[in-house]
Design a binder for this molecule. Structure first.
Ligand SMILES: [Zn+2]
Length: 317
């Protein structure tokens, strides 16, 4: 099964039109050009029903925009993204910058009616496939700009180029590109059971597949075996690739794999995991149906839930 197009953020329908990036200023003046708006990583959404807001580039909410990206062409029309993170909500609006899941929403006085900035995790399963791709790209690049303002070679402040897709150093002339960090996430199977774990700080009772960052010089298969061994002391034999998912929290590419366990005794790495356990297919079905008192499954829209559901349906290959 290699179904990346069916995973949230996996649409790949956007024409990124890289050859037009140097002409972005001209494209922005086209009457058909629209933009999406992000504030501190949260997209501006219609609230009922949930839908990504696209506005013209002369909209008043953009007056405080500090940066924009030419995302590409959608049905032939230019699509941009604007970051208005400098905007400060009124003091009576609640904000949350520390929780794993930000449940607050913010209302901008210049925004279209019935819209708000919302946490992507809260709306990702509700977005259309095309809109999810726009949000993933915009959040990933704005996040990269916010943490890569200086040259990694000489330390000088860098300059945005290529309509937001590059930063250039004016001193040593190095070019810097948005980074993507590969992460393996694996469905580890032992007979009729699958290995799930939970990290400290996760929502109560939430369990998911084990995952970890790949390291330099490592294959995907080796990363799967190493991460599972490190976190749970389970040995993994055969490994296969299933699907992938862009995951802009902040800049990951999730590489979804399966692996066959050749041992089953769990020894936890408590620095990484709070708990790990084997669950049968019947236990997983209970959890997915919301009938389990002990387990809350991975969030809808996540690759973990996608992989688990396909395992339950016997469509893993
Ligand atoms: Zn430099």
């Amino acid at each position: 099964m290699q179904h990346a197009e069916n995973v949230t953020f996996g649409a790949s329908t956007l024409d990124r039109a890289a050859h037009l990036r140097k002409s972005a200023d001209k494209l922005a003046k086209q009457g058909s050009a629209t933009t999406i708006v992000l504030w501190r990583g949260k997209p501006l959404m219609e609230t009922n029903p949930a839908k990504l807001v696209r506005i013209p580039l002369n909209h008043p909410i953009l007056k405080s925009s500090e940066a924009n990206i030419f995302l590409g062409l959608g049905s032939g029309d230019p699509i941009f993204a604007h970051d208005i993170s400098d905007w400060e909500p009124d003091s009576d609006q609640e904000t949350d910058t520390v929780s794993f899941f930000d449940e607050t929403a913010q209302w901008h006085p210049d925004a279209p009616k019935d819209t708000a900035f919302q946490e992507i995790r809260a709306v990702m399963a509700l977005l259309s496939r095309d809109d999810a791709e726009l949000v993933a790209a915009a959040k990933g690049i704005f996040g990269w700009h916010s943490s890569h303002g200086f040259c990694a070679k000489c330390g000088a402040a860098t300059i945005v180029a290529e309509a937001g897709w590059q930063r250039n150093c004016p001193i040593c002339k190095a070019a810097h590109f948005p980074r993507t960090d590969p992460v393996v996430i694996m469905l580890i199977i032992h007979g009729n059971k699958v290995l799930l774990g939970r990290s400290p700080g996760w929502p109560d009772k939430m369990y998911s597949l084990l995952a970890g960052f790949m390291e330099p010089g490592e294959t995907v298969e080796a990363a799967v075996r190493r991460e599972v061994m490190e976190e749970s002391a389970i040995s993994v034999g055969k490994v296969g690739y299933m699907t992938s998912q862009p995951w802009p929290f902040p800049s990951s590419l999730m590489i979804g794999c399966w692996g066959l366990a050749i041992s089953s005794d769990i020894t936890l790495d408590t620095n990484e995991l709070e708990d790990a356990l084997w669950l049968s297919k019947e236990d997983i079905i209970e959890g997915l149906c919301g009938n389990s008192h002990n387990i809350v499954p991975a969030r809808k829209g996540s690759i973990a839930q996608f992989l688990i559901e396909n395992w339950v349906k016997d469509s893993i290959s």
